[in-house]
Design a protein around this ligand. Structure first.
Ligand code: ZN
Ligand code: MN
Length: 473
């Protein structure tokens, strides 16, 4: 029996707004003392009235548009009722039947193969607080309560844990590119619920799925899916495939899943329209304006860098990873007209500094260095040295060229003088060369470089030395 794996994801990403979704509390509570970023609204006090944060709505629809979704002319908020101590209202304000966006698609590339993953919907909702379970009791911190989230729901289009991981990483890149979310996994800004089931190859119908909740890194997403895929395969092989939907937790330390509960259905939440918030509407014109702001996305850049600039897969991938880096690279390429060398210089020197974005350098700085190397005024190594210095000081290429004494001598007269001296000093070696031992050329060139204190242009020395030796035989 041949089985195939069916995976769908729900991704929660925190929108990078100043304030929370329905109140003016600070949305950046990372590292803050517990319960210091709260107010009656996000604490769910009786009579509280939510007001929709316009920035959160804007970032939500921009994120959705970047995922190829259709922004809806009309959407509304609904109460999703359940009781849990981290949810002071007793309900979450979410969107049920009319979310802000529907029907998107995201392209990924796995092992060199393109694949499109469907997005079912994107909706806005607020986050819950955070519970810390101690021996003596449970601590509640409501700083995160009311943080704006977008929830992205995919179609069950992924066929392996590897595809799910690549897709999740692509979503992170896209949300960062359009500034919708910082999607910092370490700060819990992006979390995954992964649904997985198996079926016989050729079957159309989907079988009951297991949903693994709250995976908070790409690694745990991947590992949990691999584990669950194996577990379900064994059940199928025993002739007892899962018969009902279940909700699982992932125990990272033990590397296994754990049954939390049978899966709840929408009925259990008793959704009803949120009476305190008006519906959200967009005109066709407004939707067009939003769609216009979506920049070229990471995967499109990746393909273009390979095609247009002939970059390697690896270099193209690295340079298209973030908007800031890709813009920097494109500006250097344009100003220097040397995209290949620009890519190499940026990856080998600039990205070696993790805080490069704070360094006082501009694309023009890098283009100037590339020009110095290209015209032979400085060696490639010297160019790298200048760039390093620039990142520290912000000085320009010409100043550093002189200041560091890296000026490469391309003056033929000077080089000719050094060559003459070296030939006079080494008559034996010269004789060896003339008797056919051409290997000694390297030694002679080395002597000239030494004489010049490393400043001579090595390819010029090589060429001139060769013609000198063959001419005065
Ligand atoms: Zn608040
Ligand atoms: Mn949700």
């Amino acid at each position: 029996m041949k089985l195939e794996t069916i995976i769908g994801l729900e991704i929660h990403a925190q929108l990078s707004t100043k304030s929370k979704l329905f109140c003016s509390c600070d949305n950046d509570a990372f590292g803050a003392d517990p319960n210091t970023r709260v107010c009656p609204v996000c604490m769910g006090f009786p009579g509280m009235l939510p007001v929709l944060n316009a920035e959160a709505l804007k970032k939500g629809v921009i994120g959705a548009a970047a995922l190829g979704c259709k922004i809806q002319h009309f959407s509304k908020f609904d109460r999703k009722n359940y009781f849990y101590p981290d949810l002071p209202n007793g309900f979450q304000i979410s969107q049920f039947d009319q979310p802000i966006a529907l029907k998107g698609k995201v392209e990924i590339e796995v092992d060199g193969k393109k694949k499109v993953i469907g997005i079912t919907r994107v909706h806005l909702e607020n986050d819950a607080g955070k519970l810390t379970h101690e021996k003596t009791g449970t601590l509640c911190d409501y700083n995160r309560s009311g943080t704006p989230l977008i929830e992205i729901v995919t179609e069950p289009d992924m066929r392996s844990p590897q595809e799910a991981r690549v897709f999740a990483q692509e979503i992170q890149k896209i949300l960062r590119f359009v500034g919708a979310s910082d999607a910092d996994m370490e700060k819990g800004m992006m979390r995954f619920d992964a649904s997985i089931s198996l079926r016989k190859v050729g079957d159309e119908k989907l079988n009951p799925r297991a949903e693994i909740k709250n995976l908070n890194s790409f690694t745990s997403l991947f590992k949990a899916l691999v584990h669950e895929e194996k577990r379900q395969t064994k059940l199928w092989e025993k002739g007892t495939p899962p018969e009902k939907e279940t909700t699982l937790g992932w125990l990272d330390d033990e590397g296994k899943t754990q049954l939390l509960r049978d899966k709840e259905s929408a009925n259990d939440y008793r959704y009803f329209p949120e009476p305190d918030l008006p519906p959200v509407t967009f005109t066709l014109q407004e939707i067009k304006e939003i769609e216009k702001t979506i920049p070229e996305l990471p995967l499109e850049k990746y393909h273009r860098y390979r095609k247009e600039f002939g970059l390697s897969d690896n270099n193209a991938l690295k340079l298209s990873e973030s908007l800031g880096l890709s813009q920097f690279f494109e500006a250097v390429s344009e100003q220097s007209n040397l995209p290949h060398k620009a890519a190499h210089m940026i990856l080998s020197v600039i990205l070696a500094h993790t805080d490069w974005e704070q360094a006082p350098i501009t694309p023009k700085h890098v283009a100037d260095v590339l020009d110095l190397v290209e015209t032979g005024k400085v060696s490639a190594t010297g160019g790298k040295q200048i760039l390093e210095e620039m990142m520290r000081t912000g000085l320009d290429a010409q100043e550093l060229l002189e200041g560091l004494g890296l000026k490469q001598v391309s003056d033929t007269k000077e080089i000719e003088r050094w060559i003459r001296e070296v030939l006079e000093d080494n008559p034996k070696i010269v004789a060896e060369f003339k008797s056919g031992k051409e290997k000694v050329l390297g030694f002679l060139v080395g002597q000239v470089m030494k004489k010049s204190g490393g400043s001579a242009n090595p390819s010029m020395v090589q060429e001139m030395m060769k013609s000198k030796l063959s001419s005065n035989s």
